[in-house]
Design a protein around this ligand. Structure first.
Ligand code: PLP
Length: 455
């Protein structure tokens, strides 16, 4: 490590006051009051010396920046798509893609939903359909590729609504909401074959496609001898385009892109990028961020680095699972997911057990995690009812190259302690304020037991 950053341990009393002021939403806490921040691995990874050096080379020209051409070449080389449109982050790419392709009444199948992805699909009038295999919704189903598409579900949907009503299949690799679960190359190839026959494009959410490639190398017969870079290429070759959050695999603090093969679609997207992001050669990113992302893409496929990351996640999972704490299996690439339903069986889903558990974790040791359950799932756009997904999870997301094993030990010990005291947590939380879109970010809650929440 060449540089270090201080973190501050707070007192239990300080945390109680802070959490109450944050409306029992850890996303509303000032980061200075968080000891170990596992809210997300998005933009929070440590940049390398080479990335920092590349930032000094950033060309800040408004049009045709040298840094854009380096960025474009990196995306083409490693992901293989011809047309590259920069965006300030992943959801901006999703916005452009959804606006270009989705019309009201269209049906958009996906291997489970992601919050921002589905939000943009629905804002454009699309109707989302989950086509992931059933086992993905079962936290205890220990399968190597729980991100796989159930082809029968996809075929049934095409039969029901017609291929012309499906603008594209939205495929995530890995599947964040299922616990960071990969999709296999064989399954991806089957989806490609089916959609090719029916004339339906396939769009990849590539945020953690490198981690997916790593799992294919480890788990899928026939791929062990290939490099992660080759596997990533082979995955992308089975798709027509991708949206990317460079804040994930590519170690950038900010950035993203939309890349496609179809020149007409690229032209349409370039017309949107100037409205929402900036000129098509910077798309909301500074030249230095384009440089950091290009360098990060090259580093992202280095196998020692991916191995270290995935093993750190597995280390944390192993420690807490050994103490009997219920987690999603198998362990994903970027995070450990606690099964809040099994952790807090006395709290009904209407009282948001996962949200409650994120609060308890913060109060215990200043650890910030993310709710990935009913609060994140939001309301059904047609009925307005809460959606209660079968997976009611708390995500402990590990930033890349940021924390040591000792930090993981602090997290494990806190979770194990909390699990031992779970009987004390008998009631959950209710909404005090609920925003209309992506409510998990800014909502506020009140503990149903009155304060304090715990202990
Ligand atoms: C983070 C993420 C996005 C959105 O990217 P942002 O850069 O946060 O806008 C989309 N899909 C997945 C799977 C993600 O993890």
């Amino acid at each position: 490590m060449k540089s270090i950053e201080s973190i501050r341990l707070t007192s239990a009393q300080e945390r109680g006051v802070a959490l109450s002021a944050a409306g029992y939403n850890v996303g509303m806490l000032p980061a200075d009051l968080v000891y170990i921040d596992l809210y997300t691995d998005s933009g929070t990874s440590a940049m390398s010396d080479r990335q920092w050096a590349a930032m000094m080379l950033g060309d800040e020209s408004y049009a045709g920046s040298r840094s854009f051409y380096r960025f474009e070449a990196a995306v083409r080389d490693y992901y293989g798509y011809e047309h590259v449109i920069p965006a300030h982050q992943g959801r901006a790419a999703e916005n452009m893609l959804s606006r270009c392709l989705i019309r009201p009444g269209h049906h958009v199948p996906g291997n489970m939903y992601f919050t921002t992805t589905r939000q943009h699909q629905e804002l454009n009038g699309g109707i989302f359909h989950d086509i992931i295999i059933d086992e993905a919704h079962d936290p205890d189903a220990d399968l190597p590729f729980k991100g796989n598409v159930d082809l029968a579900k996809l075929e049934r949907l095409i039969g029901k609504v017609g291929a012309e009503q499906i603008p594209y299949v939205s495929l995530a690799a890995t599947v964040n909401m299922a616990g960071g679960q990969p999709i296999s190359m064989a399954n991806l190839a089957e989806v490609r074959e089916l959609t090719r026959r029916r004339g339906i494009p396939v769009m990849l959410d590539a945020a953690r496609a490198v981690e997916n490639a790593w799992f294919i190398k480890q788990r899928e017969p026939g791929w062990n001898g290939r490099s992660v870079a080759d596997i990533l290429q082979a995955m992308c070759a089975l798709t027509d385009g991708a949206t990317m959050s460079a804040k994930k695999d590519s170690f950038a603090n900010i950035g993203g892109w939309l890349a496609v093969r179809d020149p007409a679609l690229a032209e349409q997207a370039r017309n949107l990028v100037v409205v929402y992001e900036g000129l098509h050669t910077y798309g909301g990113m500074a030249g230095r961020d384009l440089e950091a992302t290009a360098q990060g893409i090259e580093e992202s496929v280095q196998e020692d680095s991916i191995r270290t990351r995935v093993q750190q996640v597995a280390y944390l999972a192993g420690r807490i699972a050994a103490a009997g704490v219920p987690i999603v299996r198998p362990v994903g690439g970027h995070a450990v997911f606690l099964n809040a339903t099994a952790f807090l069986p006395g709290i009904p889903h209407e009282q948001f057990p996962a949200q409650t558990l994120t609060c308890a974790l913060y109060l215990d040791a200043g650890i910030r995690s993310t709710e990935r359950g009913a609060v994140s799932a939001g309301r059904d756009p047609v009925t307005g009812e809460n959606r209660y997904p079968p997976l009611e999870l708390v995500r402990l997301t590990i930033p890349r190259r940021t924390y040591t094993q000792s930090h993981m030990d602090v997290v494990a010990e806190s979770i194990i302690r909390l699990y031992g005291q779970r009987e004390k947590l008998r009631s959950g939380v209710a909404f005090a304020y609920e925003p209309e879109t992506l409510r998990f970010f800014q909502s506020r809650f009140r503990p149903l037991s009155g304060e304090p929440l715990f202990g």
